[in-house]
Design a protein around this ligand. Sequence first.
Ligand SMILES: [Zn+2]
Length: 381
Amino acid sequence: MVLTWEVDDGVPVAGRHYPRDLAEFNRWFRSEASAAKYLTDVRFRHGFACPRCGVEVARSNESRWWCRDCRRWFTLTTGTLLERTKVPLATWLVVAWHLVQTKIGVSALSVQRITGVNYDTAWLLLQKMRAAMNQDERKKLSGDVEFDETYVGGVELGAGGRSRGKRSPVAVACEVVSPKAMGRIRLARLPDASALAIADFLERNVEPGSVLLCDDWASYRPALSELRARGLHYTAKTTTLSKTESRAHLIHPHVHRVASLLKRWLLGTHQGAVRGQHLDAYLDEFVFRFNRRNSRNRGLIFWRLVCSLMETRAPVTNQQLRQQRSEQVVVDEAHAIRVTTRRNTNKAERRRTIRRVEAEEQGRSVRPYHRKARGEDETSP
Ligand SMILES: [Zn+2]
């Protein structure tokens, strides 16, 4: 892809031209028509194709295209995050621009001030932007990867450590490039801090074969044996905190830095007003922003974000956001049941061991005791 900054007759070509500054941005997207033209270029940059069946389409009627196969019309926004939007397209571009320009991000309140839409619309618009920032398909982290959890959400005095309270556990992983430099990061809200949840996170986000650097908290070993059982092998380098003089943030400086930046960002930009169920969207935004922190070309990031906005995907409406929220609750509950079942199995196992030892001490005969696979009997502190 060639970068060209010169725009011949004042008409930018999407993918070739990127706005360099706000003045240029304003010149380019002065009208709704110019925004629509730009978004059309972005969406159909590989040719006009039906978003439902992928068949190439030629016939167009100004703002709509007719697919002969589906026998239906489609528009510029059909099947994208912008489908059925009542907000002007130019406003979407303005918000995307501001999102990539600021280092710290924007709140719904500032979107309201910039664009003049009402607060609810601004909030929904930002949630959709965050959905566009979620790039799950990106390459997994690899090499040396620091891993830890942190807790965000409500501030609970006295409930420090690893008790959950009203806060949500968030898994943090980051690539270590050198003692001072870090590579990409991943964040995800965990349903709880159990071994299963951690194993799921690592499977999704870290390439097998990587070296995991984490402190020696009890959940990590079972998490690793869970992963081994799934056929995924990682090398773990754990540091037992009590045995070293350094504090946690000195041993694993990168994850701790990411965690404190995340907390500061949530407090600063969003006044800490992130409700648990919406945390995922905010984490997506933070990761998107953080992984592009060194990119000097903000215009290129703007382009990536707009491309993602115009991708065909299941539409996200306000109603669906609510739906997703309740689905998340179901997933979390199912997870809790899995963990409880496993914990109870382990308890039963421990009780059997105690009975056996007591019986042996009293010289009674006992049923032969079968030890479980390594790692299975060491869960849940
Ligand atoms: Zn079609």
